[in-house]
Design a protein around this ligand. Structure first.
Ligand code: FAE
Length: 545
Protein backbone atom coordinates (compact mmCIF):
# COMPACT_ATOMS: atom_id res chain seq x y z
CA UNK A 1 0.00 0.00 0.00
CA UNK A 2 1.19 3.58 -0.55
CA UNK A 3 3.24 5.28 2.15
CA UNK A 4 1.32 7.77 4.26
CA UNK A 5 1.65 11.36 3.24
CA UNK A 6 4.02 13.62 5.12
CA UNK A 7 1.95 15.77 7.41
CA UNK A 8 2.69 19.47 7.35
CA UNK A 9 1.94 21.37 10.53
CA UNK A 10 -0.58 23.54 8.67
CA UNK A 11 -2.43 20.55 7.26
CA UNK A 12 -2.37 18.87 10.65
CA UNK A 13 -3.89 21.87 12.36
CA UNK A 14 -6.58 22.24 9.69
CA UNK A 15 -7.57 18.60 10.08
CA UNK A 16 -7.54 18.81 13.84
CA UNK A 17 -9.72 21.88 13.80
CA UNK A 18 -12.21 20.04 11.61
CA UNK A 19 -12.09 16.97 13.84
CA UNK A 20 -12.41 18.77 17.13
CA UNK A 21 -15.14 21.04 15.80
CA UNK A 22 -17.19 17.93 15.28
CA UNK A 23 -16.03 15.85 18.22
CA UNK A 24 -15.48 18.31 21.04
CA UNK A 25 -19.13 19.09 21.58
CA UNK A 26 -19.92 15.46 22.13
CA UNK A 27 -16.77 14.52 24.02
CA UNK A 28 -17.29 16.93 26.89
CA UNK A 29 -20.11 14.94 28.41
CA UNK A 30 -20.31 12.00 26.04
CA UNK A 31 -22.20 9.69 28.36
CA UNK A 32 -25.03 12.14 28.96
CA UNK A 33 -25.09 13.55 25.47
CA UNK A 34 -25.49 10.04 24.12
CA UNK A 35 -28.52 9.20 26.21
CA UNK A 36 -31.02 9.16 23.34
CA UNK A 37 -31.98 5.66 22.27
CA UNK A 38 -31.92 4.50 18.69
CA UNK A 39 -33.70 1.86 16.73
CA UNK A 40 -31.62 -0.48 14.60
CA UNK A 41 -30.85 1.10 11.26
CA UNK A 42 -31.60 4.63 12.45
CA UNK A 43 -28.20 5.25 14.01
CA UNK A 44 -26.65 8.36 12.51
CA UNK A 45 -23.15 8.13 11.03
CA UNK A 46 -20.69 11.01 11.20
CA UNK A 47 -17.57 11.23 9.02
CA UNK A 48 -14.51 12.78 10.56
CA UNK A 49 -10.95 13.46 9.60
CA UNK A 50 -7.95 13.57 11.95
CA UNK A 51 -4.19 13.65 11.39
CA UNK A 52 -3.34 11.18 14.15
CA UNK A 53 -5.71 8.85 15.97
CA UNK A 54 -4.70 6.93 19.10
CA UNK A 55 -6.98 4.04 20.08
CA UNK A 56 -6.97 3.52 23.86
CA UNK A 57 -6.05 5.78 26.77
CA UNK A 58 -3.94 3.39 28.87
CA UNK A 59 -0.18 3.64 29.37
CA UNK A 60 0.94 3.34 25.76
CA UNK A 61 -1.79 5.62 24.44
CA UNK A 62 -1.25 8.30 27.08
CA UNK A 63 2.51 8.49 26.40
CA UNK A 64 1.90 8.64 22.66
CA UNK A 65 -0.68 11.42 22.92
CA UNK A 66 1.40 13.54 25.29
CA UNK A 67 4.61 13.45 23.29
CA UNK A 68 2.95 14.06 19.92
CA UNK A 69 0.83 16.86 21.36
CA UNK A 70 3.85 18.53 22.98
CA UNK A 71 5.48 18.56 19.55
CA UNK A 72 2.45 20.38 18.14
CA UNK A 73 0.76 17.38 16.53
CA UNK A 74 -3.00 17.28 17.13
CA UNK A 75 -4.20 13.92 18.44
CA UNK A 76 -7.65 12.38 18.67
CA UNK A 77 -7.90 9.64 21.32
CA UNK A 78 -10.73 7.09 21.20
CA UNK A 79 -11.62 5.21 24.37
CA UNK A 80 -14.38 2.63 24.81
CA UNK A 81 -14.73 3.25 28.54
CA UNK A 82 -16.09 6.35 30.22
CA UNK A 83 -14.28 9.34 31.65
CA UNK A 84 -14.10 8.84 35.42
CA UNK A 85 -14.31 12.49 36.31
CA UNK A 86 -17.76 13.03 37.85
CA UNK A 87 -19.06 11.68 41.13
CA UNK A 88 -22.10 9.47 41.36
CA UNK A 89 -25.07 10.08 43.66
CA UNK A 90 -22.98 9.00 46.66
CA UNK A 91 -20.49 11.80 45.95
CA UNK A 92 -17.78 9.35 44.92
CA UNK A 93 -16.37 8.73 41.49
CA UNK A 94 -15.72 5.03 42.11
CA UNK A 95 -17.97 2.67 44.06
CA UNK A 96 -17.03 1.02 47.37
CA UNK A 97 -15.32 -2.36 46.92
CA UNK A 98 -17.51 -4.12 49.48
CA UNK A 99 -20.75 -2.50 48.23
CA UNK A 100 -20.23 -2.55 44.47
CA UNK A 101 -22.67 -1.07 41.97
CA UNK A 102 -22.65 -0.67 38.19
CA UNK A 103 -19.47 1.41 38.36
CA UNK A 104 -17.55 -1.69 39.40
CA UNK A 105 -17.61 -3.76 36.24
CA UNK A 106 -18.06 -3.42 32.47
CA UNK A 107 -21.66 -4.37 31.59
CA UNK A 108 -22.23 -7.21 34.04
CA UNK A 109 -25.22 -7.97 36.20
CA UNK A 110 -22.98 -9.58 38.84
CA UNK A 111 -19.42 -8.87 39.95
CA UNK A 112 -16.78 -11.41 38.96
CA UNK A 113 -14.02 -10.99 41.51
CA UNK A 114 -10.86 -13.07 41.19
CA UNK A 115 -11.05 -14.31 44.79
CA UNK A 116 -14.73 -15.19 44.61
CA UNK A 117 -15.30 -16.77 48.03
CA UNK A 118 -14.51 -16.34 51.71
CA UNK A 119 -14.58 -19.43 53.95
CA UNK A 120 -15.98 -21.16 50.83
CA UNK A 121 -19.00 -18.84 50.67
CA UNK A 122 -19.41 -17.04 47.30
CA UNK A 123 -18.94 -13.27 47.60
CA UNK A 124 -19.87 -11.94 44.15
CA UNK A 125 -22.78 -9.52 44.22
CA UNK A 126 -25.49 -8.30 41.86
CA UNK A 127 -24.82 -4.97 40.15
CA UNK A 128 -26.47 -2.85 37.45
CA UNK A 129 -25.27 -3.18 33.88
CA UNK A 130 -23.17 -0.11 33.21
CA UNK A 131 -19.82 0.75 31.61
CA UNK A 132 -17.96 0.03 34.86
CA UNK A 133 -14.23 0.37 35.30
CA UNK A 134 -13.06 -3.26 35.53
CA UNK A 135 -13.60 -5.74 32.74
CA UNK A 136 -13.05 -9.47 32.73
CA UNK A 137 -12.64 -11.29 29.43
CA UNK A 138 -13.55 -14.94 29.87
CA UNK A 139 -11.88 -17.66 27.83
CA UNK A 140 -12.22 -21.40 28.49
CA UNK A 141 -9.10 -21.76 30.69
CA UNK A 142 -8.20 -18.16 31.43
CA UNK A 143 -9.91 -14.96 32.57
CA UNK A 144 -8.18 -11.71 31.65
CA UNK A 145 -8.81 -8.59 33.73
CA UNK A 146 -8.41 -5.16 32.13
CA UNK A 147 -9.29 -1.56 33.00
CA UNK A 148 -11.97 0.35 31.07
CA UNK A 149 -12.10 4.11 31.01
CA UNK A 150 -9.98 7.17 30.34
CA UNK A 151 -6.76 5.98 31.93
CA UNK A 152 -7.08 2.29 31.03
CA UNK A 153 -5.43 -0.13 33.46
CA UNK A 154 -4.10 2.72 35.63
CA UNK A 155 -7.63 3.18 37.02
CA UNK A 156 -7.84 -0.29 38.51
CA UNK A 157 -4.34 -1.60 38.96
CA UNK A 158 -2.47 -2.30 42.18
CA UNK A 159 -0.13 0.61 41.52
CA UNK A 160 3.00 -1.58 41.69
CA UNK A 161 5.51 0.35 39.61
CA UNK A 162 8.53 -1.87 39.17
CA UNK A 163 11.42 -1.19 36.81
CA UNK A 164 12.91 -4.50 35.64
CA UNK A 165 16.55 -5.17 36.40
CA UNK A 166 18.72 -4.18 33.46
CA UNK A 167 20.05 -7.69 32.85
CA UNK A 168 16.49 -9.04 32.78
CA UNK A 169 15.39 -6.34 30.33
CA UNK A 170 18.37 -7.11 28.08
CA UNK A 171 17.34 -10.77 27.96
CA UNK A 172 13.76 -9.83 27.04
CA UNK A 173 14.71 -7.24 24.43
CA UNK A 174 18.21 -8.03 23.13
CA UNK A 175 17.74 -5.71 20.13
CA UNK A 176 16.68 -2.66 22.14
CA UNK A 177 19.40 -0.26 23.30
CA UNK A 178 19.36 -0.90 27.06
CA UNK A 179 21.63 2.06 27.79
CA UNK A 180 19.07 4.43 26.29
CA UNK A 181 16.28 2.71 28.20
CA UNK A 182 18.03 2.94 31.59
CA UNK A 183 19.60 6.38 31.05
CA UNK A 184 16.56 8.05 29.53
CA UNK A 185 13.26 6.23 29.12
CA UNK A 186 12.86 4.37 32.42
CA UNK A 187 13.78 7.48 34.45
CA UNK A 188 11.41 9.54 32.29
CA UNK A 189 8.58 7.07 32.77
CA UNK A 190 9.10 6.87 36.53
CA UNK A 191 9.14 10.66 36.82
CA UNK A 192 5.98 11.21 34.74
CA UNK A 193 4.13 8.41 36.52
CA UNK A 194 5.14 9.95 39.88
CA UNK A 195 6.40 6.68 41.27
CA UNK A 196 7.36 6.70 44.96
CA UNK A 197 8.62 4.21 47.54
CA UNK A 198 7.41 3.87 51.12
CA UNK A 199 9.32 5.83 53.78
CA UNK A 200 11.17 3.01 55.59
CA UNK A 201 10.65 4.30 59.16
CA UNK A 202 6.93 4.67 58.54
CA UNK A 203 6.67 1.28 56.84
CA UNK A 204 8.33 -0.42 59.82
CA UNK A 205 5.74 0.82 62.30
CA UNK A 206 2.47 1.50 60.47
CA UNK A 207 -0.32 -0.94 61.35
CA UNK A 208 -1.51 -0.93 57.72
CA UNK A 209 1.65 -2.84 56.66
CA UNK A 210 1.70 -5.41 59.44
CA UNK A 211 0.67 -7.94 56.81
CA UNK A 212 3.77 -7.07 54.77
CA UNK A 213 6.11 -7.30 57.75
CA UNK A 214 4.70 -10.65 58.86
CA UNK A 215 5.13 -12.18 55.40
CA UNK A 216 8.59 -10.62 55.06
CA UNK A 217 9.78 -12.08 58.35
CA UNK A 218 8.52 -15.51 57.37
CA UNK A 219 10.22 -15.31 53.97
CA UNK A 220 13.52 -14.16 55.42
CA UNK A 221 13.42 -16.93 58.04
CA UNK A 222 13.11 -19.40 55.20
CA UNK A 223 16.17 -17.87 53.52
CA UNK A 224 14.57 -15.64 50.89
CA UNK A 225 15.42 -12.00 50.13
CA UNK A 226 12.78 -9.30 50.04
CA UNK A 227 12.59 -5.91 48.32
CA UNK A 228 10.39 -2.83 48.46
CA UNK A 229 7.90 -2.39 45.62
CA UNK A 230 7.45 1.22 44.40
CA UNK A 231 3.97 2.53 43.67
CA UNK A 232 1.95 5.12 41.78
CA UNK A 233 -0.18 5.47 44.91
CA UNK A 234 1.35 8.56 46.52
CA UNK A 235 3.23 7.68 49.70
CA UNK A 236 2.91 11.29 50.86
CA UNK A 237 -0.85 10.72 50.70
CA UNK A 238 -0.69 7.21 52.18
CA UNK A 239 1.17 8.45 55.28
CA UNK A 240 -1.45 11.15 55.83
CA UNK A 241 -4.27 8.71 55.15
CA UNK A 242 -2.90 6.16 57.62
CA UNK A 243 -2.71 8.89 60.24
CA UNK A 244 -6.37 9.82 59.66
CA UNK A 245 -5.50 13.22 58.16
CA UNK A 246 -6.60 12.49 54.58
CA UNK A 247 -9.66 10.88 53.09
CA UNK A 248 -9.51 7.12 53.01
CA UNK A 249 -8.97 5.19 49.84
CA UNK A 250 -6.27 2.51 50.06
CA UNK A 251 -7.23 1.99 53.70
CA UNK A 252 -10.91 1.78 52.74
CA UNK A 253 -10.45 -1.33 50.56
CA UNK A 254 -10.39 0.66 47.32
CA UNK A 255 -8.30 -0.80 44.52
CA UNK A 256 -9.61 -2.73 41.54
CA UNK A 257 -12.94 -0.90 41.21
CA UNK A 258 -10.98 2.38 41.22
CA UNK A 259 -9.30 4.55 43.86
CA UNK A 260 -11.10 7.73 44.86
CA UNK A 261 -7.96 9.32 46.32
CA UNK A 262 -4.20 9.05 46.48
CA UNK A 263 -3.45 7.32 43.21
CA UNK A 264 -1.52 8.88 40.33
CA UNK A 265 -3.57 7.23 37.63
CA UNK A 266 -2.96 8.38 34.05
CA UNK A 267 -5.84 10.87 34.06
CA UNK A 268 -3.85 12.75 36.75
CA UNK A 269 -0.44 12.45 35.04
CA UNK A 270 0.20 11.81 31.34
CA UNK A 271 -3.36 12.45 30.14
CA UNK A 272 -3.77 15.63 32.19
CA UNK A 273 -0.51 16.92 30.70
CA UNK A 274 -1.63 15.88 27.22
CA UNK A 275 -4.95 17.73 27.53
CA UNK A 276 -3.15 20.78 28.89
CA UNK A 277 -1.30 21.17 25.59
CA UNK A 278 -4.60 21.96 23.89
CA UNK A 279 -3.69 19.53 21.11
CA UNK A 280 -5.49 16.43 22.41
CA UNK A 281 -9.17 15.50 22.21
CA UNK A 282 -10.32 12.47 24.18
CA UNK A 283 -13.57 10.95 22.97
CA UNK A 284 -14.86 8.40 25.48
CA UNK A 285 -17.54 5.71 25.17
CA UNK A 286 -16.23 5.10 21.63
CA UNK A 287 -15.51 1.49 20.67
CA UNK A 288 -13.36 1.08 17.59
CA UNK A 289 -14.82 -1.92 15.82
CA UNK A 290 -12.56 -2.08 12.78
CA UNK A 291 -9.58 -0.47 11.12
CA UNK A 292 -9.07 -0.47 7.36
CA UNK A 293 -6.39 0.72 4.95
CA UNK A 294 -7.61 3.16 2.30
CA UNK A 295 -6.21 3.22 -1.23
CA UNK A 296 -4.69 6.68 -0.55
CA UNK A 297 -2.45 5.30 2.20
CA UNK A 298 -4.57 6.59 5.06
CA UNK A 299 -6.53 4.52 7.60
CA UNK A 300 -10.23 4.48 8.35
CA UNK A 301 -11.75 3.50 11.67
CA UNK A 302 -15.32 2.44 12.29
CA UNK A 303 -16.43 3.55 15.73
CA UNK A 304 -19.55 2.82 17.78
CA UNK A 305 -20.52 5.50 20.19
CA UNK A 306 -22.48 3.97 23.05
CA UNK A 307 -24.54 5.35 25.88
CA UNK A 308 -24.31 4.14 29.47
CA UNK A 309 -26.85 1.41 28.73
CA UNK A 310 -24.48 0.02 26.10
CA UNK A 311 -26.74 1.03 23.22
CA UNK A 312 -25.00 2.29 20.08
CA UNK A 313 -26.39 5.79 19.59
CA UNK A 314 -24.12 6.93 16.79
CA UNK A 315 -21.49 5.69 14.41
CA UNK A 316 -18.35 7.52 13.39
CA UNK A 317 -16.14 6.84 10.38
CA UNK A 318 -12.79 8.47 11.04
CA UNK A 319 -10.01 8.78 8.48
CA UNK A 320 -6.46 9.50 9.62
CA UNK A 321 -2.90 9.72 8.29
CA UNK A 322 -1.32 7.88 11.21
CA UNK A 323 -3.00 5.38 13.44
CA UNK A 324 -1.55 4.29 16.77
CA UNK A 325 -3.14 1.21 18.35
CA UNK A 326 -2.79 1.37 22.12
CA UNK A 327 -5.89 -0.61 23.07
CA UNK A 328 -3.88 -2.99 25.27
CA UNK A 329 -2.80 -6.54 24.51
CA UNK A 330 -6.34 -7.81 24.03
CA UNK A 331 -7.80 -4.78 22.23
CA UNK A 332 -4.93 -4.03 19.86
CA UNK A 333 -4.41 -7.65 18.88
CA UNK A 334 -8.13 -8.12 18.26
CA UNK A 335 -8.29 -5.12 15.92
CA UNK A 336 -5.27 -6.31 13.94
CA UNK A 337 -6.43 -9.92 13.76
CA UNK A 338 -9.83 -8.77 12.50
CA UNK A 339 -8.19 -6.52 9.91
CA UNK A 340 -5.99 -9.38 8.72
CA UNK A 341 -8.81 -11.94 8.59
CA UNK A 342 -11.24 -9.67 6.76
CA UNK A 343 -8.63 -8.34 4.33
CA UNK A 344 -9.14 -4.80 5.63
CA UNK A 345 -5.36 -4.36 5.75
CA UNK A 346 -3.18 -6.36 3.35
CA UNK A 347 0.23 -7.67 4.24
CA UNK A 348 -0.12 -7.94 8.02
CA UNK A 349 2.35 -10.31 9.66
CA UNK A 350 1.55 -13.94 10.49
CA UNK A 351 3.07 -13.23 13.89
CA UNK A 352 0.09 -11.12 15.00
CA UNK A 353 -1.71 -13.02 17.77
CA UNK A 354 1.35 -15.11 18.67
CA UNK A 355 3.31 -15.03 21.91
CA UNK A 356 0.48 -14.19 24.31
CA UNK A 357 1.54 -14.61 27.93
CA UNK A 358 0.11 -13.95 31.38
CA UNK A 359 3.41 -12.64 32.78
CA UNK A 360 3.62 -15.93 34.66
CA UNK A 361 0.90 -14.70 37.05
CA UNK A 362 -0.27 -16.99 39.80
CA UNK A 363 -1.79 -16.13 43.18
CA UNK A 364 -2.24 -18.02 46.43
CA UNK A 365 -2.92 -17.42 50.12
CA UNK A 366 -1.57 -19.16 53.25
CA UNK A 367 -2.99 -19.44 56.73
CA UNK A 368 -0.75 -17.93 59.39
CA UNK A 369 -0.15 -19.13 62.94
CA UNK A 370 -2.51 -17.44 65.41
CA UNK A 371 0.48 -15.79 67.10
CA UNK A 372 1.22 -13.86 63.88
CA UNK A 373 -1.82 -11.67 63.13
CA UNK A 374 -1.62 -9.60 59.93
CA UNK A 375 -3.80 -6.71 61.11
CA UNK A 376 -7.41 -5.62 60.87
CA UNK A 377 -6.47 -2.44 58.98
CA UNK A 378 -4.55 -3.09 55.79
CA UNK A 379 -3.71 -0.88 52.84
CA UNK A 380 -4.75 -2.29 49.48
CA UNK A 381 -1.50 -1.17 47.86
CA UNK A 382 1.32 -3.73 48.15
CA UNK A 383 4.78 -2.46 49.10
CA UNK A 384 7.01 -5.52 49.37
CA UNK A 385 8.01 -8.60 47.42
CA UNK A 386 9.97 -11.79 47.93
CA UNK A 387 12.78 -11.35 45.45
CA UNK A 388 13.84 -14.68 43.99
CA UNK A 389 14.74 -13.34 40.55
CA UNK A 390 18.32 -14.57 40.84
CA UNK A 391 17.31 -18.20 40.85
CA UNK A 392 18.77 -19.63 37.62
CA UNK A 393 16.02 -22.26 37.23
CA UNK A 394 12.82 -20.72 38.63
CA UNK A 395 13.32 -16.94 38.79
CA UNK A 396 10.30 -15.49 40.58
CA UNK A 397 9.13 -12.19 42.04
CA UNK A 398 6.42 -12.74 44.65
CA UNK A 399 4.49 -9.70 45.78
CA UNK A 400 3.04 -9.75 49.27
CA UNK A 401 -0.56 -8.70 48.70
CA UNK A 402 -3.07 -7.56 51.32
CA UNK A 403 -6.34 -9.18 52.25
CA UNK A 404 -8.19 -6.17 53.65
CA UNK A 405 -11.32 -7.83 54.99
CA UNK A 406 -11.63 -5.46 57.95
CA UNK A 407 -11.24 -8.31 60.44
CA UNK A 408 -8.20 -10.34 61.47
CA UNK A 409 -7.95 -13.14 58.92
CA UNK A 410 -4.52 -14.62 59.80
CA UNK A 411 -3.65 -14.80 56.13
CA UNK A 412 -0.68 -13.98 53.93
CA UNK A 413 -1.50 -13.70 50.26
CA UNK A 414 0.75 -13.41 47.24
CA UNK A 415 0.88 -12.53 43.55
CA UNK A 416 3.80 -14.17 41.78
CA UNK A 417 5.40 -13.20 38.51
CA UNK A 418 7.16 -16.31 37.27
CA UNK A 419 9.21 -17.18 34.23
CA UNK A 420 6.91 -19.59 32.46
CA UNK A 421 8.01 -20.46 28.91
CA UNK A 422 4.45 -21.41 27.89
CA UNK A 423 2.68 -19.05 25.50
CA UNK A 424 -0.88 -18.80 24.28
CA UNK A 425 -2.20 -17.63 20.96
CA UNK A 426 -4.88 -15.07 20.15
CA UNK A 427 -6.91 -15.82 17.03
CA UNK A 428 -9.87 -14.26 15.27
CA UNK A 429 -13.10 -16.22 15.41
CA UNK A 430 -15.26 -15.22 12.43
CA UNK A 431 -18.41 -16.78 13.93
CA UNK A 432 -18.40 -14.41 16.91
CA UNK A 433 -16.30 -11.64 15.32
CA UNK A 434 -14.23 -11.73 18.52
CA UNK A 435 -10.77 -12.77 19.53
CA UNK A 436 -10.29 -16.18 21.14
CA UNK A 437 -7.41 -17.25 23.36
CA UNK A 438 -5.81 -20.64 22.93
CA UNK A 439 -4.44 -21.39 26.39
CA UNK A 440 -4.81 -24.54 28.48
CA UNK A 441 -4.79 -24.62 32.24
CA UNK A 442 -1.93 -27.13 32.21
CA UNK A 443 0.24 -24.38 30.73
CA UNK A 444 0.20 -22.63 34.11
CA UNK A 445 1.86 -25.60 35.84
CA UNK A 446 5.37 -24.11 35.63
CA UNK A 447 4.16 -20.96 37.38
CA UNK A 448 2.58 -22.91 40.21
CA UNK A 449 5.79 -24.93 40.58
CA UNK A 450 7.84 -21.71 40.87
CA UNK A 451 5.59 -20.30 43.57
CA UNK A 452 5.50 -23.57 45.49
CA UNK A 453 9.31 -23.59 45.49
CA UNK A 454 9.16 -20.47 47.67
CA UNK A 455 6.03 -20.95 49.74
CA UNK A 456 6.26 -24.71 50.50
CA UNK A 457 9.41 -24.14 52.60
CA UNK A 458 7.68 -21.25 54.40
CA UNK A 459 4.67 -23.45 55.12
CA UNK A 460 6.93 -26.22 56.42
CA UNK A 461 8.78 -23.87 58.69
CA UNK A 462 5.64 -22.15 59.99
CA UNK A 463 3.65 -25.40 60.10
CA UNK A 464 0.98 -23.71 58.04
CA UNK A 465 -1.06 -24.55 54.93
CA UNK A 466 -2.48 -22.99 51.80
CA UNK A 467 -6.03 -21.66 51.93
CA UNK A 468 -8.55 -23.49 49.77
CA UNK A 469 -11.66 -21.49 50.68
CA UNK A 470 -11.04 -18.36 48.61
CA UNK A 471 -12.29 -19.75 45.33
CA UNK A 472 -15.50 -21.66 44.88
CA UNK A 473 -14.77 -25.34 44.30
CA UNK A 474 -11.88 -25.49 46.76
CA UNK A 475 -9.26 -24.26 44.33
CA UNK A 476 -5.93 -23.29 45.91
CA UNK A 477 -3.96 -21.70 43.06
CA UNK A 478 -5.13 -18.62 41.21
CA UNK A 479 -3.71 -19.85 37.92
CA UNK A 480 -6.91 -19.34 35.95
CA UNK A 481 -6.84 -15.56 35.66
CA UNK A 482 -4.35 -12.81 34.97
CA UNK A 483 -3.92 -9.10 35.60
CA UNK A 484 -1.01 -8.88 33.16
CA UNK A 485 -1.91 -9.99 29.60
CA UNK A 486 1.08 -9.33 27.35
CA UNK A 487 2.12 -10.07 23.77
CA UNK A 488 0.20 -10.66 20.57
CA UNK A 489 2.10 -8.00 18.60
CA UNK A 490 5.61 -8.58 19.83
CA UNK A 491 8.25 -5.93 19.17
CA UNK A 492 10.59 -7.10 16.44
CA UNK A 493 8.22 -9.93 15.41
CA UNK A 494 4.81 -8.54 14.36
CA UNK A 495 6.25 -5.01 14.23
CA UNK A 496 9.66 -3.51 13.64
CA UNK A 497 11.81 -2.51 16.61
CA UNK A 498 9.73 0.64 17.19
CA UNK A 499 6.22 -0.79 17.00
CA UNK A 500 5.70 0.05 13.31
CA UNK A 501 3.38 -2.67 12.06
CA UNK A 502 5.01 -4.79 9.37
CA UNK A 503 3.40 -4.32 5.98
CA UNK A 504 1.33 -1.29 7.03
CA UNK A 505 3.12 2.09 6.77
CA UNK A 506 1.66 4.68 9.12
CA UNK A 507 0.19 2.06 11.46
CA UNK A 508 1.77 1.66 14.89
CA UNK A 509 1.35 -0.43 18.03
CA UNK A 510 2.42 1.17 21.31
CA UNK A 511 1.18 -0.78 24.34
CA UNK A 512 1.56 -4.02 26.31
CA UNK A 513 1.03 -6.20 23.25
CA UNK A 514 4.65 -5.42 22.26
CA UNK A 515 6.02 -7.28 25.32
CA UNK A 516 6.95 -10.93 24.80
CA UNK A 517 4.40 -12.43 27.19
CA UNK A 518 6.58 -11.85 30.23
CA UNK A 519 8.15 -8.77 31.79
CA UNK A 520 9.98 -10.31 34.84
CA UNK A 521 8.07 -7.83 37.06
CA UNK A 522 4.72 -5.99 36.91
CA UNK A 523 4.52 -4.56 33.41
CA UNK A 524 3.26 -0.98 33.29
CA UNK A 525 6.57 0.81 33.92
CA UNK A 526 8.13 -1.18 31.07
CA UNK A 527 5.14 -0.48 28.81
CA UNK A 528 5.44 3.24 29.61
CA UNK A 529 9.20 3.42 29.10
CA UNK A 530 9.06 1.51 25.81
CA UNK A 531 6.23 3.78 24.67
CA UNK A 532 8.40 6.80 25.50
CA UNK A 533 11.11 5.32 23.29
CA UNK A 534 8.82 4.30 20.43
CA UNK A 535 6.92 7.58 20.25
CA UNK A 536 10.11 9.35 19.26
CA UNK A 537 10.13 7.25 16.10
CA UNK A 538 6.43 7.92 15.50
CA UNK A 539 7.08 11.64 15.83
CA UNK A 540 10.02 11.45 13.44
CA UNK A 541 7.77 9.66 10.93
CA UNK A 542 5.00 12.24 11.35
CA UNK A 543 7.47 15.01 10.67
CA UNK A 544 8.73 13.11 7.65
CA UNK A 545 12.28 12.91 9.00
P1 FAE B 1 -4.41 -0.53 28.92
O1 FAE B 1 -3.93 0.22 30.11
O2 FAE B 1 -5.16 -1.79 29.11
O3 FAE B 1 -5.30 0.49 28.06
C1 FAE B 1 -5.97 0.10 26.89
C2 FAE B 1 -7.22 0.99 26.75
O4 FAE B 1 -7.78 0.77 25.46
C3 FAE B 1 -8.31 0.67 27.77
O5 FAE B 1 -8.71 1.86 28.41
C4 FAE B 1 -9.43 0.07 26.93
O6 FAE B 1 -10.72 0.35 27.42
C5 FAE B 1 -9.19 0.71 25.57
N1 FAE B 1 -9.69 -0.08 24.45
C6 FAE B 1 -9.53 -1.41 24.25
N2 FAE B 1 -10.11 -1.79 23.08
C7 FAE B 1 -10.66 -0.67 22.54
C8 FAE B 1 -11.41 -0.41 21.37
N3 FAE B 1 -11.68 -1.38 20.48
N4 FAE B 1 -11.85 0.85 21.14
C9 FAE B 1 -11.56 1.84 22.02
N5 FAE B 1 -10.85 1.65 23.17
C10 FAE B 1 -10.40 0.42 23.41
O7 FAE B 1 -3.22 -0.86 27.92
N6 FAE B 1 0.51 -3.64 36.23
C11 FAE B 1 1.54 -3.21 36.98
O8 FAE B 1 2.62 -2.90 36.44
N7 FAE B 1 1.41 -3.11 38.34
C12 FAE B 1 0.26 -3.43 38.99
O9 FAE B 1 0.17 -3.29 40.21
C13 FAE B 1 -0.83 -3.91 38.20
N8 FAE B 1 -2.00 -4.29 38.79
C14 FAE B 1 -3.08 -4.59 38.00
C15 FAE B 1 -4.32 -4.82 38.60
C16 FAE B 1 -5.45 -5.00 37.81
C17 FAE B 1 -6.79 -5.21 38.47
C18 FAE B 1 -5.34 -4.99 36.39
C19 FAE B 1 -6.54 -5.19 35.51
C20 FAE B 1 -4.10 -4.78 35.79
C21 FAE B 1 -2.97 -4.58 36.58
N9 FAE B 1 -1.73 -4.32 36.02
C22 FAE B 1 -0.67 -3.96 36.79
C23 FAE B 1 -1.54 -4.38 34.56
C24 FAE B 1 -1.44 -2.99 33.91
O10 FAE B 1 -2.47 -2.15 34.38
C25 FAE B 1 -1.50 -3.18 32.40
O11 FAE B 1 -0.37 -3.96 32.03
C26 FAE B 1 -1.47 -1.87 31.66
O12 FAE B 1 -2.57 -1.06 31.99
C27 FAE B 1 -1.46 -2.13 30.16
O13 FAE B 1 -1.24 -0.89 29.52
P2 FAE B 1 -1.61 -0.73 28.01
O14 FAE B 1 -1.20 0.64 27.57
O15 FAE B 1 -1.11 -1.90 27.24
Amino acid sequence: MPAPRRLTRRAALQRAAAASATIAGSSLLPELAAAAGSAAGSVPTTRLDAPVVVVGTGYGGAVTALRLAQAGVPVLMLEMGRAWDRPGRDGKIFCPTLRPDGRAMWFRSRTRTPLNAMFGIPIDMPIQRYPGVLDRLDFPDMAVYVGRGVGGGSLVNGGMAVTPRRADFERLFPQVDAAAMYDTYFPRANAELQVSTPPVDWFERTPIHQFSRVARAQAERAGFDTAFVPSIYSYDYMVEEAAGRARKSATAQEIFYGSNHGKHSLDKTYLAAALATGNVTIASLRTVTSVRAQPDGRYRLSVNRINTSGVTVAREEIACDRLVLAAGTMGTTELLLRARATGAIDGLSDRIGEGWGNNGNVTVARWNPLRQPTGTRQTTMPAMGIDHRDDPVLPTFVEITPMPTGFENFTSSYLAITRNPERGRLRYDAATDRVQLDWKRAQAAASVKSLKAILDPINRQQRTAYRSDLYTGGRVWGDHYTWHPLGGCILGEATDLYGRVDGAPGLYVNDGSLLPGYATVNPFVTITALAERNVEQILADVRGA
